[in-house]
Design a protein around this ligand. Structure first.
Ligand code: TXA
Ligand code: MG
Length: 354
């Protein structure tokens, strides 16, 4: 089964949103249909979070297994109380500090909220996005909007409307094109239902900024190398996989890693593989002539790297490379989120260069 729709696209200026288009999109949501819209992180594929049939359409359109829970997006703090119960005071403090923004809170789900949104879990994930188009859409629709990233299952998240169209043309009713998203990686998912707060997915709000408010916050065990199984539903390693095989390198010595990547590029080319190389501006000169080189920005500018990472992976996929060679961008700040996305693109395989 799939979901079929006559996809309509509206180009919208985030600074002066066309209210006619917003009203059509809001009406589409109220009718139980699907709207893709920009958030500050990535594009979302939205449906009325309180309509179980609409939620099913998300899973169908994305070809996503029904075991993968979806984030509910809200416009106002009061909506939080309609979605969650037994909300701990710390949730309000975090909302105060980071909303609207790239932080998703996992809380106890209110009984009226369809369990489909949480794939049967007793919890619900909630976030208030900051993007002006997302905000005005949510306000106009007047309902919380469930929205996973607007890519088909296993594809890199969509950071432009063109990416949404590539993946979902004919399977989403309306696409609001508000240009490229700013952050480029998804929100941080923070579980507040346990004894101490746990980051289920590192994202746009970095752990260093959470610590002053929740000093005990920790990354989920899988990020600390203590567990290999997925501890959060839908966080399986095969998630952001491009068509090409991703070879992820890391280690402590830059020169050795680069040399190792060069050797691999040469070896793969000699066996007639088409090699893509995804690197920072600083590394790029070392790979001239060794493959299709795409740069993600300056190594010191993690904002720029996260802004372009998914788009560059899609571009390399479009160029039909067989392999993408990439090395990590550190673990500090947004580096933690970038490492998570690279690790999943590489299906959990790391080539450690000693
Ligand atoms: O930035 C984002 O978070 C984007 C934009 C559109 O808001 N959304 C997004 O959604 O990335 P999605 O579905 O691709 O990823 C959401 C992840 C899921 O994979 C799941 O692991 C986690 O959030 N999640 C959602 N609900 C949860 C719940 N009730 N308990 C635990 N984890 C949950
Ligand atoms: Mg996703």
């Amino acid at each position: 089964m799939s979901y079929a729709a006559d996809t309509q696209i509206f180009t919208i200026d985030p600074d002066a949103p066309d209210m006619d288009a917003i009203r059509i999109a809001a009406q589409t949501l109220n009718n139980g249909r699907l709207v893709a819209f920009p958030t500050e992180t990535v594009y979302g594929l939205g449906a009325n979070a309180l309509d179980a049939d609409a939620l099913k359409r998300i899973y169908l359109a994305k070809k996503r297994p029904a075991t993968d829970p979806i984030i509910a997006h809200i416009a106002h703090n009061e909506q939080l109380n309609t979605l969650a119960v037994n909300i701990p005071p710390i949730a309000h403090e975090l909302a105060q500090a980071f909303w609207p923004g790239a932080l998703t809170l996992v809380l106890e789900r209110a009984p009226d909220v369809p369990e489909t949104i949480a794939a049967g879990l007793s919890t619900v994930a909630v976030r208030m996005p900051a993007h002006p188009i997302a905000r005005i859409l949510l306000e106009t629709a007047g309902v919380p909007v469930a929205a996973p990233s607007a890519n088909t299952f296993t594809r890199p998240s969509a950071t432009t409307a063109a990416h949404v169209l590539q993946d979902l043309n004919g399977r989403v009713d309306v696409i609001l094109d508000g240009g490229a998203t700013t952050i480029g990686v998804e929100s941080t998912v923070l579980d507040l239902t346990g004894e101490s707060p746990i980051i289920l997915r590192p994202g746009g709000v970095v752990i260093e900024d959470l610590r002053p408010i929740i000093p005990r916050v920790e990354l989920a065990p899988k990020y600390l190398g203590r567990a290999t199984h997925a501890s959060s539903p839908g966080q399986m390693l095969k998630h952001y996989s491009p068509d090409a095989r991703v070879m992820l390198f890391n280690g402590d010595d830059d020169a050795r890693i680069i040399a190792h990547m060069q050797d691999n590029a040469n070896r793969l080319t000699s066996v007639h593989k088409r090699v893509g190389i995804l690197v920072t501006d600083e590394d790029a000169p070392h790979f001239e002539g060794l493959g299709v080189v795409k740069t993600v920005g300056n190594r010191t500018n993690l904002n720029a790297i996260s802004h372009s990472l998914f788009a560059m992976i899609r571009i390399l996929d479009g160029l039909q490379v067989d392999v993408i060679l990439v090395r990590d961008f550190g673990r500090n700040g947004l580096g933690a989120a970038l490492w998570d996305r690279l690790l999943r693109a590489a299906e959990g395989q790391v080539i450690r260069v000693e």
